[in-house]
Design a protein around this ligand. Structure first.
Ligand code: ADP
Ligand code: MG
Length: 240
């Protein structure tokens, strides 16, 4: 579903991605981890065209992200992205947050968009909160709304960039639970996270980045129990 081939990216003279290659199969969950500044956010943003890259190729569901003939907004509409800071529209109710992009981008009618939005709102356990505004919700609830909003676009894959890092500890579990449910339902997911319990339980594979490179990747259990590189060992020793 996601093919990343030898991707390099520079900011000016600074190389922030250095020959990254990996694949995420349909229905697979891949966790990306690594020290701060290692290029995790940059990598995940190149996948839905939020960050351009200078070398290599990325295809999502067979569509080339970097190619000039690609309709990037159309491709982006099919890739769900969830950020650390939720990024809900503050002036819109939960229900309107869920319907706006469906109407504007997917060209759905109001009734259809609303029904779909509420379906996913129910799925994240927040149907009763549809008339509230984002500031009336906890961080964990806001992030669950953000996930529902992404799902309402019928994405072929979901990208998460540290979805629980901005949350108070007691709210991390409810968001990870929603993500675990998605994984179980067969969603293709690429997840930047330091939640190693989640990675162990849910991820099919772990990708470890350092200095803009994919240093190591493998099955979650193998990575955690016996990381091959000294850099991964040092990283795990620091965070666990
Ligand atoms: P991570 O998500 O792993 O913490 P990032 O992908 O955010 O890492 O950043 C990778 C590197 O790219 C860092 O060295 C960071 O300082 C640099 N970087 C990120 N965004 C920009 C930018 N807009 N301009 C210049 N450098 C950037
Ligand atoms: Mg980051």
């Amino acid at each position: 579903m996601i093919e990343i081939d030898n991707v390099s990216k520079w900011y000016g003279a600074a190389r922030v991605l250095d020959g990254c290659s990996t694949r995420v199969a349909r229905g697979e969950v891949v966790v990306v981890c690594g020290p701060s500044g290692s290029g995790k956010s940059t990598l995940i943003k190149t996948v839905n065209g939020l960050e351009p890259f200078q070398e290599g190729a990325i295809r999502v569901d067979g569509v080339s992200v970097g190619a000039p003939q690609t309709d990037l907004p159309a491709l982006r509409a099919r890739i769900g992205m969830v950020f650390q800071n939720f990024e809900l529209f503050p002036h819109l109710s939960v229900r309107d947050n869920l319907t706006l992009a469906q109407v504007k981008v997917r060209k759905r009618g109001r009734a259809e968009a609303s029904a779909k939005g509420l379906h996913y709102l129910e799925r994240v356990g927040l149907l009763a909160h549809q008339d509230k505004f984002p500031h009336q919700l906890s961080g964990g609830q806001q992030q669950r709304v953000a996930i529902a909003r992404a799902l309402a676009m019928d994405p072929v894959a979901m990208l998460f960039d540290e979805p629980t890092s901005a949350l108070d500890p007691e709210m991390v579990g409810e968001v990870l639970e929603v993500m675990g449910g998605l994984a179980q339902d067969g969603m293709t997911m690429m997840v930047v996270t330091h939640e190693m319990g989640f990675a162990r339980r849910v991820a099919d594979r772990v990708v470890f980045m350092d200095g803009g490179r994919i240093v190591e990747e493998g099955a979650a259990a193998a990575f955690f129990d016996a990381p091959a590189s000294s850099r991964a060992r040092e990283f795990l020793a620091r965070i666990v």
